[in-house]
Design a protein around this ligand. Structure first.
Ligand code: NAD
Length: 260
């Protein structure tokens, strides 16, 4: 159980991050939500976490594309909640285009949010985690951290980078009570993937249902979406004593995508 621990989950106003925040709160951790969205909806998520689980929950809207803001999120957490025990680097965006047409601005944004934000968050969190002799760094990478796909140059580069960063941080923190791991999900039905399904449906002039089957059929042998709750369960496992010696590695949760 995680009572008394404080967890930051970046990009947790939606999708996978929200699923992870709910599972960690369910285990008793105080939660720092982060991400964009409608202020009323975010407040409803925040107050619901407190009511349902009896934990403290705050929202910090720090922009993960800016290194100083990421470091500020960690500093504000320590100031407001007294500590930082679990850092889940989850915020991420997607954009698809052939490499020769790939917008340089999109490349920069994806690298900043999907990779550099994790570097800044980790750099700010390791000192307080070392001091307390316990910490969990969990980077939400992707099957695309392990294998490539067409039209995802920036995303695949960033996610492979995140898996590499995880190895280095695992090595540098080994024996300190801190572990650093990457979780590599396959397809999860969130707004990020809904957009890709809509793009397939529009491009091929097929129904949303057929586009969904095509998306799953192309990559994910289980033909079933991973859920945010299952990923929350993976993160909770990595925070448990059973995972004390799991560090510097990646766990694929991908319906056998990367077994191919
Ligand atoms: P999502 O679009 O549902 O949620 C993304 C979250 O990140 C939102 O809360 C959003 O507000 C936040 N965010 C975006 N830009 C931000 C910024 N600059 N600063 C702060 N917050 C920002 O996406 P998701 O599918 O839940 O993806 C979450 C993570 O999981 C991403 O890193 C993504 O690459 C990864 N992932 C997703 C899938 C999938 O199939 N959905 C598969 C593998 C990996």
């Amino acid at each position: 159980m995680l009572k008394g621990k404080v967890a930051i989950v970046t990009g947790s106003t939606s999708g996978i991050g929200l699923g992870i925040a709910r599972v960690l709160a369910g285990q008793g951790a105080d939660i720092v939500l982060n991400g964009f969205g409608d202020a009323g909806e975010i407040e409803a998520i925040r107050s619901d976490l407190e009511r349902a689980h009896g934990v403290r929950a705050v929202h910090d809207g720090a922009d993960m594309s800016k290194g100083d803001a990421v470091r500020g999120l960690v500093a504000a957490t320590v100031e407001k909640l007294g500590r930082i025990d679990i850092l889940v680097n989850n915020a991420g965006i997607q954009f698809t285009a052939p490499v020769e047409e790939f917008s340089a601005a999109k490349w920069d944004a994806i690298l900043a949010i999907n990779l550099s934000a994790a570097f800044h968050g980790i750099a700010a969190s390791v000192p307080p985690m070392k001091k307390q002799g316990w910490g969990r760094i969990i980077n939400i990478a992707s099957a695309h951290g392990l294998v490539g796909s067409v039209h995802k140059a920036a995303y695949v580069a960033a996610k492979h980078g995140l898996v590499g960063l995880t190895k280095v941080v695992g090595l540098e923190t080994a024996g300190t009570g801190i572990t650093a791991n990457a979780v590599c999900p396959g397809w999860v039905l969130t707004p990020l993937v809904e957009k890709q399904i809509a793009d397939i449906a529009a491009r091929k002039k097929i129904s949303r249902r057929d586009a969904t089957m095509e998306l799953l059929g192309e990559k994910q042998p289980s033909q079933t979406f991973v859920t945010p709750e299952q990923l929350g369960g993976t993160v909770a496992f990595l925070c448990s004593p059973a995972a004390d010696q799991i560090t510097g590695t990646s766990i694929a949760v991908d319906g056998a995508w990367t077994a191919q």
